[in-house]
Ligand binder design. Structure first.
Ligand code: ADP
Ligand code: ZN
Ligand code: ZN
Length: 753
């Protein structure tokens, strides 16, 4: 055998669904298979003492044996079997690793939920296989042989001949050994039967006795046109991508449900993605009423066991519709027909953990490989989706009217600089206060919304609204603990300011008002008004979120104060006033998406008002009444907003115009981090000179938003490119690099949020 012919070794995972997913076994790849075995290949391997033949998945390949070569077995062959759902999910994992950057294990864990030790509640019964006479004969035999355990079991079984015995009762209470039971099984006297009782996913919120009832709604013309068009594509075997742009309350959910009807009637299954925060009792109940027990619901409050049950139910075809947040996109349906992503613009559709996948991209990928359609829906589509629709890559539909005839609210923009001039120092503008008094007197409900997104220290002037921005990046500078103002994109820094560079006012500082403070102010200003508060503090408890919402829904309070949590999807018919206390909070985060986020939040918040009969009012308090995100949201003009925003993105080469890769370099040792960051920078520059500098730009390094987190220091690079593939190549090359400082890690995030 030639010594020069280098052997290759494959790390193989043998069972993808158990907790020890991290454990791989190394096998040699025989020469005859070298061309065919790559990461992700399913192979047949000998395993264990008896060299039992099992299948496994190749996770990675290397030239380095990890153990004594003589102990490494050969891969038998490549599996030729028909592709099952597991294989498809695994190839999805490898696609994700490639697209978003992660280890193979991280990607696999993402697509396959891990089976925890908690087993299904398996109910085992011991049942007689023979008649009572024969049992009595067996009993006599046992008595003769002084087999006391067997005797006890048979006595019990004769007594409970009809129902049989619970296995646990026999082994634990009657203290009968498993060998005794097995002996009787072997003799054909009894059998042990297992019944799996799945844990329900619907939770106590849904009264399961409530009959599945269809409140008949006739789709209006706009809804019907969309539904018909998607269904006729579907029936004709055309699988496509659709975007339904429809203002809140325009009846998107009704359209989804009518398409779902069609898809499940054709024998296929449906994944319905809804952001966790909108996955309320109201929503689930609506689907349950329409589709009954064919739905299952996944949310983060399920235990690992419950989650695994839902996974199995889907895999076994016992569920037809899965409703859940982003991870539900990995539901292992073997016959997927449709994926719906409601509120597709939501940031929660981007994973925060490696692989930092975009749920939309994963859904598109699954749909393409499995022959399914995708429907995206939103009142405020992401720039990505809307621009794809405009470019013809996604079919665009519009719903322009509120279903059920409710009118859009009237939006008032209040310039807070005028309030200061009028010596109103309160957090309630004169306009908002007047409307609040009016609504309280009419016994109508009010929602007050504090935009806390990006409360990360932008600095603005209370007198003129001036915001301190980076001269290079057109995003706000952030105040750091060291008193400096820093740009998170390019690292530019300057000392903090004490007077406004624009008007000279001393009222220039970083902003912050908490929900608690607002609650106090309401109690002071409107004594007697009943207030509910909803924020991270008051919803820590498992069910408190639903509790607060249902209390408010039952009109047990007049005012609901909250963070962005309260603006999503809830349908309160008695709310006729929505106040947005400071719209600008999200406008000047150090994030290129800040205008988009602001437009979304304002539209969603405004969408809460006047969902019932009475027309609603919305008050937007701001220092930037002329900002396009605010002016366009006030008149419900998404297209106007989109045109402004997309030209900004194009000008600055931000996504979706270009793609952006964020590289985080992290280390607990600051010195090592800074030394290695310099080397990473050199490697990036070298790689880019190989790739060609055309259409690619590097920014940074600069300190991360939170530079030190859990004693780990982090530096950031942003690479922008017109070509996604160049970024993937760069990620692959950097991912392979052997750093000089071993403790330093690199993390990748494509088109970060
Ligand atoms: P969206 O998902 O766009 O926010 P929904 O589907 O939740 O809108 O509809 C908003 C409200 O209007 C719901 O209460 C729904 O029952 C009602 N609705 C939707 N479509 C119709 C229709 N065609 N006729 C009457 N009511 C409708
Ligand atoms: Zn000023
Ligand atoms: Zn900058």
């Amino acid at each position: 055998m030639s010594v020069l012919n280098k052997d290759l070794y494959a790390d193989i995972i043998i069972d993808i669904s158990i907790e020890s997913l991290d454990k791989t076994f190394q096998y040699r790849i025989p020469d005859s298979l070298k061309d065919r075995v790559v990461a992700g290949t399913k192979v047949n391997i000998p395993f264990g003492k008896g060299d039992r033949r099992i299948t496994g998945y190749v996770v990675s390949i290397s030239e380095r044996p990890k153990i004594d070569i003589s102990k490494i077995k050969d891969i038998d062959s490549v599996c030729e079997k028909q592709i099952g759902i597991d294989d498809r999910m695994i190839s999805l994992a490898f696609w994700m690793r490639e697209q978003f950057g992660s280890t193979a294990n991280e990607a696999l864990k993402c697509v396959i939920p891990v089976k925890k030790i908690i087993k299904n509640k398996v109910e085992r019964q011991i049942l007689p296989l023979v008649d009572v006479l024969r049992l009595q004969e067996e009993l006599k035999k046992a008595e003769k042989r002084h087999a006391t355990a067997k005797k006890r079991l048979l006595e019990e079984l004769i007594e409970e001949y009809d129902q049989g015995l619970r296995y646990e009762l026999v082994t634990q209470k009657l203290n009968i050994a498993v060998t005794t039971i097995n002996a009787l099984v072997k003799d054909g006297v009894i059998k042990v039967e297992s019944k799996t009782s799945y844990r329900s996913s619907l939770g106590k919120a849904i009264d399961r006795k409530e009959e599945k009832s269809r409140t008949e709604i006739t789709l209006n013309d706009e809804q019907k046109t969309i539904s018909d068009s998607i269904i006729s594509d579907y029936k004709a075997g055309r699988r496509d991508k659709y975007l339904i742009h429809g203002i809140t309350g325009s009846g998107k959910t009704e359209v989804y449900m009518s398409v779902i009807d069609e898809v499940i009637a054709s024998g296929k299954s449906v994944i319905m993605l809804i952001p966790e925060i909108s996955l309320t009792y109201q929503t689930v109940k609506r689907f349950y009423k329409r589709f009954g027990d064919s739905i299952s619901v996944i949310n983060s409050r399920l235990s690992a066991g419950e989650r695994y049950d839902q996974y199995l139910r889907a895999k076994n075809g016992e569920t037809r519709i899965v409703i859940g947040p982003r991870s539900a996109v990995f539901t292992p349906f073997d016959n997927l027909g449709l994926i719906i992503i409601d509120e597709e613009h939501e940031g929660s559709y981007k994973s925060e953990q490696s692989p930092k996948y975009s749920t939309r991209d994963v859904a598109f990928r699954r749909a393409e490989t499995e022959g399914a359609s995708v429907i995206l829906g939103s009142a405020t589509p992401s720039l990505e989706s809307y621009s794809a629709a405009k470019a013809g890559r996604i079919k665009l539909f519009e719903l322009t009217k509120r279903a059920g005839g409710a009118e859009l609210p009237c939006v008032h923009i209040v310039d807070l600089r005028d309030e200061l001039k009028a010596r109103n120092m309160s957090i309630f503008s004169r306009k908002l206060k007047a409307l609040m008094i009016d609504r309280l007197s009419k016994n109508e409900q009010i929602m007050l919304f504090i935009n806390r997104r990006g409360l990360s220290g932008f600095v603005n002037c209370r007198s003129c609204g001036y915001v301190v921005k980076c001269p290079h990046c057109d995003v706000s500078l952030n105040l750091h603990n060291n008193g400096k103002l820093i740009c998170h994109y390019c690292g530019y820094e300057q000392p903090a300011v004490t007077t406004c560079p624009s008007c000279g006012s001393p009222y220039i500082k970083s902003f912050g008002t908490g929900t608690q403070k607002v609650e106090e102010m309401i109690n002071k200003t409107f004594p007697g008004a009943r207030v509910l508060r909803m924020d991270a503090d008051t919803t820590r408890n498992k069910d408190s979120y639903d509790e607060i919402l249902s209390k408010f829904s039952n009109h047990e309070a007049d005012i609901l104060v909250g963070t962005q949590m309260i603006v999503k999807g809830h349908d309160f018919h008695k709310v006729t006033l929505v106040g947005i206390l400071l719209a600008d909070m999200s406008l000047y985060t150090s994030d290129y998406r800040s205008a988009e986020v602001t437009y979304e939040l304002l539209s969603q918040a405004a969408g809460r008002a006047g969902r019932g009969e009475a027309k609603g009012d919305v008050v937007i308090q701001t220092y930037n009444p002329e900002h396009y995100a605010i002016t366009t949201s006030a008149v419900h003009d998404y297209k106007g907003f989109y045109d402004e925003e997309i030209s900004f993105r194009k000008l600055m080469n931000y996504p979706p115009s270009w793609n952006m890769l964020k590289i985080m370099v992290a280390c607990g040792d600051e010195g090592a981090l800074l030394r290695e960051t310099d080397r990473v920078k050199a490697d990036i520059d070298k790689e880019i000179s190989l790739l060609g500098e055309e259409g690619i730009k590097v920014f940074g390094p600069s300190p991360a938003n939170i530079y030190k987190l859990n004693d780990v220091y982090r530096m950031i690079f942003y690479i922008k490119s017109s070509d996604y593939r160049k970024l993937v190549i760069l990620k692959d090359e950097l991912g392979e690099r052997q750093g000089v400082e071993k403790a330093v890690s690199l993390q990748f995030d494509f088109n970060p949020i």
